[in-house]
Design a protein around this ligand. Structure first.
Ligand code: SF4
Length: 269
């Protein structure tokens, strides 16, 4: 395991705190079965769950299953999903996915990662969403929120979603995978936004990003106290993107609790 990633016990303890902050975290995409969740998740790319939820009632009424969707015309489908954005690509993916379900799976959504990711328009994240929420198969979807939050806290160390999925999955029981993803997604949407609301965060004391980037530690203090160095995964944002960080801190600075880990004797007066 990478030395900058927290231990399994620390990771589970952090997720306990986040689950307490976001009780009942679940997908916000409305669905009644695996087919509807598969369609909604494909539509959610580059869109919001709220926007998708506005579109799917009419879509599912008109095309309630794979057999019906496979017979849809491109024009009608594009009209129904237009407001979710990228409607041409999504329409093509939905039609291809529905036809593949009919031809290869008798219209059913397979409860298998390999079979799901072989469907047009279905990547690993979408497959994990459907497996974990609608098919009873452990799945840990890693989206941009899970990537950002897990790397900031220090429970993962990679920009690659599949690597983060593997790192988190390795230290968590399978029964926690889907809830962990939902919790980290909610935390990323509500609290640990690109400009994080650290003063509202339940894991501030556990967070590498807060300890090494958000809290004001001077360059001189960092040099004299190696423990204050940001982990490698955070160094780019801490030093290389100083402008972006300054902007984020200005936005959040008024309510970020300030603290320094260095001894008083070494602080600049
Ligand atoms: S302390 Fe700040 S950066 Fe760390 S997880 Fe919480 S909101 Fe995100």
């Amino acid at each position: 395991m990478c030395e900058t990633v927290k231990t399994p016990i620390e990771t589970r303890h952090i997720l306990d705190k986040l689950e307490a902050q976001h009780p009942g975290a679940d997908t916000e995409l409305h669905h009644r079965n695996a087919f509807e969740l598969l369609v909604a998740t494909i539509l959610s790319a580059q869109s919001t769950d709220q926007r998708v939820n506005m579109v799917t009632p009419a879509l599912f009424k008109r095309y309630p299953d794979a057999g019906a969707l496979a017979k849809a015309t491109t024009d009608d489908l594009e009209r129904l999903i237009h407001s979710t954005g990228f409607f041409r690509a999504k329409s093509k993916a939905l039609l291809g996915m529905a036809k593949a379900l009919v031809e290869q799976h008798r219209g059913n959504v397979p409860a298998d990662m390999t079979a799901l990711t072989a469907l047009p328009g279905v990547g690993r994240k979408t497959a994990n969403v459907v497996l974990g929420h609608a098919l009873g198969v452990p799945g840990l979807p890693v989206d941009r929120h899970v990537l950002r939050v897990s790397n900031r806290i220090g429970i993962a160390d990679s920009d690659d979603p599949e690597t983060v999925e593997e790192q988190l999955g390795r230290v968590l029981p399978k029964a926690r995978w889907t809830r962990t993803s939902d919790t980290l997604i909610l935390h990323g949407r509500r609290i640990c936004k690109p400009k994080p609301l650290c003063d509202q965060c339940a894991v501030q004391d556990d967070c590498d990003y807060f300890g090494t980037v958000v809290q004001p530690v001077t360059h001189e203090e960092r040099r004299s106290h190696p423990a204050n160095q940001p982990p490698p995964r955070l160094r780019r944002s801490a030093e290389g993107s100083a402008k972006a960080e300054a902007s984020a801190k200005a936005e959040a600075g008024s309510h970020i609790r300030r603290r320094a880990k260095v001894p008083k004797a070494t602080r600049r007066r």
